[in-house]
Write a protein that binds this ligand. Sequence first.
Ligand SMILES: *[C@@H]1O[C@H](CO)[C@@H](O)[C@H](O)[C@H]1NC(C)=O
Ligand SMILES: *[C@@H]1O[C@H](CO)[C@@H](O)[C@H](O)[C@H]1NC(C)=O
Ligand SMILES: *[C@@H]1O[C@H](CO)[C@@H](O)[C@H](O)[C@H]1NC(C)=O
Ligand SMILES: *[C@@H]1O[C@H](CO)[C@@H](O)[C@H](O)[C@H]1NC(C)=O
Ligand SMILES: *[C@@H]1O[C@H](CO)[C@@H](O)[C@H](O)[C@H]1NC(C)=O
Length: 408
Amino acid sequence: MRRYLRLAVLCVACGFCSLLYAFSQLAASPEEGAGGGGRPQAAETSWLAGSGRGAAGRPGSAGPGVLPGRPGRYSLKTQPIERMHLAVVACGERLEETITMLKSAIIFSIKPLQFHIFAENQLHTSFKGILDSWSLLQTFNYSLYPITFPSENAVEWKKLFKPCASQRLFLPLLLKDVDSLLYVDTDILFLRPVDDIWSLLKKFNATQIAAMAPEHEEPRIGWYNRFARHPYYGKTGVNSGVMLMNMTRMRRKYFKNDMTTVQLQWGDILMPLLKKYKLNITWGDQDLLNIIFFHNPESLYVFPCQWNYRPDHCIYGSNCKEAEEEGIFILHGNRGVYHDDKQPAFRAIYEALRNCSFEDDNIRSLLMPLELELQKTVHTYCGKIYSIFIKQLAKSVRDRYDRPSKER
Ligand SMILES: *[C@@H]1O[C@H](CO)[C@@H](O)[C@H](O)[C@H]1NC(C)=O
Ligand SMILES: *[C@@H]1O[C@H](CO)[C@@H](O)[C@H](O)[C@H]1NC(C)=O
Ligand SMILES: *[C@@H]1O[C@H](CO)[C@@H](O)[C@H](O)[C@H]1NC(C)=O
Ligand SMILES: *[C@@H]1O[C@H](CO)[C@@H](O)[C@H](O)[C@H]1NC(C)=O
Ligand SMILES: *[C@@H]1O[C@H](CO)[C@@H](O)[C@H](O)[C@H]1NC(C)=O
């Protein structure tokens, strides 16, 4: 009898606990919605419609970085909204590619963007001309910088590093006032809102400072595990073409290393590292990042391959499972595939976004001709799985541009 009684008490206690849990979940969920992580909410979507594209007709309706008044549950009238910081380094012939990347970021993103563009001086006028012509959108602002090294040791840096290739390593030291940053190569295309990768910053645990995708999914064709003459992260290394950084943490951290027994800060580790490994590195700064995270693996958050989808994921057959299931989120056309005929599926996506304007109708009608174009690529391994190239893109277009207007 006593046993039954105890069991009954236990049951009541458990029931009470799960009830409490359910309530706490209910109470928490609206906050998550308003925070902007994860799926865009209807209320946030209406923000762009109200101040972004809509504002073209009534300039000055919203100060930069301030949410315009809007109806709905999450009205945050005067609270400054967090900007997402996006950095890119453009040298040589990369103007058109970079502009297309920036356009893809603007088209789907929800929160406002702040671009940090490091470019060779001869590209500055062109960047300024194009970006200023987009300024009516009011969903982004930008700063242009020359290729720069930290003022301490600038001369020595320049001697050792190829300036353009290594710029990204110095971002935490150059953008001292920026807390967090998404760095991308110029050959990146966003097929879903930047907000979604940005929200991964909040998933970092206490020791993580940066996030990247693996360099390879398939060790048999991996580069680092077969050829590298230096340490690298994990089984196949990491790819630095899409890199999230909590730079506050990067600037604070002391890094373990194989040069001294003392742990070194970001600004102090790069030079000795390069001196030690310069004869052994092939891919420049990406190799240095691999060495650093080899020694500090607890500091890296690894995100799946669909956030940095490269030709390597399909040219010899599909090996990015996450993309097969959910589609490609961020496309990375390295090996020059946007500009030659080797991987026409990559090129088709690039050209569709390059040709597209910011008009809603134009964006909505991007998909049909693109799909026809992709159907012509099925003779390649990447083309055979072309549906994963447009799965997320189609969803992003739907989510952003097919909603009934909230203004009515
Ligand atoms: C971009 O907007 C932010 C937030 O309003 C502001 O702090 C920053 O100075 C602006 N940057 C430029 C280059 O206008
Ligand atoms: C560079 O590579 C050579 C040949 O593989 C190796 O012997 C040497 O230890 C490497 N240097 C460093 C610093 O790892
Ligand atoms: C980055 O890290 C700092 C220090 O831990 C933290 O205060 C900040 O909120 C983080 N930034 C983001 C975007 O999570
Ligand atoms: C954070 O995650 C990394 C990778 O999973 C792990 O190595 C590290 O121990 C974690 N840190 C904490 C404080 O849990
Ligand atoms: C993009 O525009 C170029 C010329 O402006 C044209 O040749 C090409 O067919 C267009 N591509 C797509 C995919 O619309």
